[in-house]
Design a binder for this molecule. Structure first.
Ligand code: G3P
Length: 217
């Protein structure tokens, strides 16, 4: 499973990219607002830090303007994935851009039928929002399962990009289901490594090593 980080914070992206395990970045208008940076500038900068797909979202609602915005964003860097909302205008835009060879991430997916439409429109990625479904007492993981089944039934190559991930368990669960990508907030991504027995075991090993009086270097 690929790891994308869900942020527009340059320091976080640089830090996580340095692990060699970061496969891409997703942004959205809320994350851009949180960064306090100019959209075009910050997205262009992110594209120089990571080689993998960097999602940048259009903000127009009509197909013609969305397409213009998509073309502008796609010209920023070869690794831009244009993010469009799951509306008919968004899907029309997805079809045109993907036919042109531009990566498209269809966002704000909350149902399996929406995901089916996005795949038919040639989306590179579909972004089902797990946490926001859980927030309203629906089952985000069940949606990932349904989309996995539908895409496998028909051999769609649209990648399932599990989004709105809030916990380490979400990451494990979408990996078990077979999501292609998880886009994860920086703090949750860093937290995946945590285990008290790892800390305790390391402490014990170091204490015993010191007793030997040896050094490797
Ligand atoms: O980038 C889309 C998605 O990951 C947003 O997550 O936590 O705002 O629902 P959240």
């Amino acid at each position: 499973m690929k790891f994308f980080v869900d942020t527009a914070d340059i320091a976080d992206i640089k830090d996580l990219a340095s692990t060699g395990m970061l496969d891409g970045v997703t942004t959205n208008p809320s994350l851009i607002a949180k960064s306090g940076r100019n959209f075009i500038e910050v997205v262009s900068e992110i594209c120089t830090i990571v080689e993998g797909p960097v999602s940048a979202e259009v903000t127009a609602l009509d197909h013609a303007t969305m397409l213009k915005e998509g073309h502008k964003l796609a010209q920023l860097a070869p690794n831009i994935a244009v993010k469009v909302p799951l509306t008919w205008d968004g899907l029309k835009t997805c079809k045109v851009l993907s036919d042109e060879g531009i990566m498209v991430n269809v966002t704000l997916c909350f149902s399996a039928n929406q995901a089916l439409l996005a795949a038919k429109a040639g989306a590179t990625f579909i972004s089902p929002f797990i946490g926001r479904l859980d927030d309203i007492n629906l089952d985000g993981l069940e949606l990932i399962e349904e989309i996995r089944t539908i895409y496998d039934n028909y051999g769609f190559d649209t990648e399932i990009l599990a989004a709105s991930i809030r916990t380490a368990n979400h990451v494990k669960d979408v990996a078990l289901i077979g999501a292609d990508v998880a886009t994860v907030p920086p703090a949750v991504l860093r937290g995946l490594i945590a285990h008290p027995l790892t800390d305790k075991g390391l402490e014990q090993f170091l204490a015993d090593w010191q007793k030997t009086g040896q050094k490797i270097l």
